[in-house]
Design a protein around this ligand. Structure first.
Ligand SMILES: Nc1nc2c(c(=O)[nH]1)N[C@H]1C(S)=C(S)[C@@H](COP(=O)(O)O)O[C@H]1N2
Ligand SMILES: [Mo]
Length: 433
């Protein structure tokens, strides 16, 4: 085998058999226009996934002690800000978009990968340093993208059995986004010209019999020896769009209260949550967390720590002014529900402990020992909001044990995981910033 430039020429002329030969890829619909249609959908969709994903990370406010599920995040936290409590539906909407759009885009992602698969078998593997670099960046792009979709979907399907989900999904996101930005910058002009090369509406009017390959392209997506079409571009777009719509239809119900919720067949959670006013989605049951009716019974006390210390029984809390608000529980997994909560204001409890609402944050601890969900720090702003409650009742009834009896946190616009159940201690302390 000759070396140097002649070697590359020789390699180019002698690809191994199978997918490394351009004649292997014969689909007559593969081409820059088709790839660009999937590409533009992913460009918009993945941008929305990135924004909502980073917002979700901000909503966790990992700067507050104990909230950081991604230790050593370092510079990745550069953009964090004091997460607001209003509008109360913001996290619910943003996380629903993140999860449901992510599920909906899966067919588009697969179609896009299918449409460019000949590039995976480019031969020779590295023609020049520049081309080698581009291929490595594509590896990060495809690998990172697939990794983000797979970890995200595993998490919502399997709850948190995947212990390093948060750091993996966060670090993966930044690697993927880096490759994504480079890829978009490199390909945007080509995408635009490819989209202009054919009329979308015309394509939707073109049936199988009139389907012809796109003209040969420098990227080598178009087949050199196309087979007879077995599907039109319209048919393929319809199939991918239909698959996306189906996934959307089977998952969007998890954000809707009422009978439509039953349409969320892709939601893996059980559908028996409780009875009467407490009949709504449970994240982790008391049994799953080892919370017994006894420790949540009459001997339960709420410990308040601050400049003052005190212990309150549930009747003491019920004797305080009670407030009722309609607030959502919006889980990072994408499901959400709006319920009517009644309880005491965190600001009132702060004053009882001698703390100052608006200045002091609170560290919340649950009867649940260990794990990442048994405690949370709520910011001074969250403590001060008039709708931030230590809830005792829901929809006019006592909380069920599964929903956090005797008392749980409900904070407007907070991620579900910050609405700690089975609260046993509140420690008010000055916020650091
Ligand atoms: N102590 C404790 N509180 C918790 C959890 C938990 O596992 N343990 N799960 C959290 C999560 S992830 C969510 S989404 C909400 C769900 O509340 P629900 O089960 O009452 O619907 O509770 C939060 N509070
Ligand atoms: Mo959650």
């Amino acid at each position: 085998m000759p070396g140097g430039r002649r070697g590359i020429a020789w390699l180019t002329a002698h690809p191994p058999p199978g997918p490394f030969r351009r004649e292997f890829w014969r689909s007559p619909v593969r081409g820059p226009w088709l790839t660009s249609v999937f590409g533009v959908v992913l460009l918009v969709g993945i941008t929305m996934l990135a924004v909502t994903g980073l917002l979700s990370y901000a909503a966790y406010d990992p700067r507050l002690a104990g909230n950081d599920l991604t230790p050593q995040k370092g510079v990745l936290g550069f953009y964090l800000f004091d997460w607001p409590t209003r509008p109360v539906w913001l996290y619910r909407l943003s996380q629903a978009i993140h999860v449901i759009l992510g599920i909906t885009l899966v067919p588009v992602l697969l179609a896009k990968l299918w449409s460019v698969i000949p590039k995976l078998f480019d031969w020779p593997p590295a023609r020049s340093p520049a081309q080698a670099l581009e291929r490595v960046s594509l590896l990060l792009l495809v690998g990172g993208g697939v990794f983000e979709f797979v970890t995200g979907i595993l998490n919502i399907q399997l709850f948190y059995v995947f212990p390093f989900f948060y750091p993996a999904h966060l670090y993966g996101a930044w690697i993927f986004l880096g490759a994504f930005v480079v890829h978009v910058a490199l390909k945007l002009p080509r995408m635009i010209s490819a989209l202009r090369s054919r009329s979308f509406r015309q394509e939707l009017r073109t049936g199988l019999a009139e389907t012809r390959p796109e003209p040969p392209d420098p990227d080598g997506l178009v087949a050199v020896d196309p087979a007879d079409p077995t599907v039109s571009r319209r048919g393929l777009l319809g199939f991918v769009g239909g698959a996306s719509l189906t996934l959307f239809g089977l998952s969007v119900g998890q954000t809707i209260d009422g009978p439509l919720r039953r349409t969320a067949l892709l939601s893996p959670h059980g559908r028996e949550y409780g009875t009467g006013p407490n009949d709504f989605q449970v994240n982790k049951t008391a049994a799953a967390k080892g919370i017994t009716a006894r420790e949540a019974g009459p001997d339960w006390r709420l410990e308040l720590l601050g400049p003052q210390r005190m212990r309150l029984a549930r009747p003491d809390l019920l004797a305080m002014p009670q407030y009722t608000y309609d607030l959502p529980i919006a889980c990072v997994e994408g499901w959400s529900t709006l319920q009517r909560w009644t309880g005491v204001r965190l600001a009132d409890l702060a004053r009882l402990a001698g703390a100052t609402p608006g200045r002091d944050e609170v560290f919340v601890e649950s009867l649940e020992r260990g794990g990442v969900f048994g405690h949370v720090t709520l910011s001074a702003r969250q403590v001060a909001d008039r709708a931030s409650l230590l809830a005792l009742r829901v929809n006019g009834a006592d909380l069920s044990l599964d929903h956090g009896f005797p008392a749980r946190i409900i904070v407007p616009n907070a991620p579900g995981v910050h609405n700690t159940k089975w609260v046993t201690r509140l420690t008010f302390r000055p916020a650091r910033s």
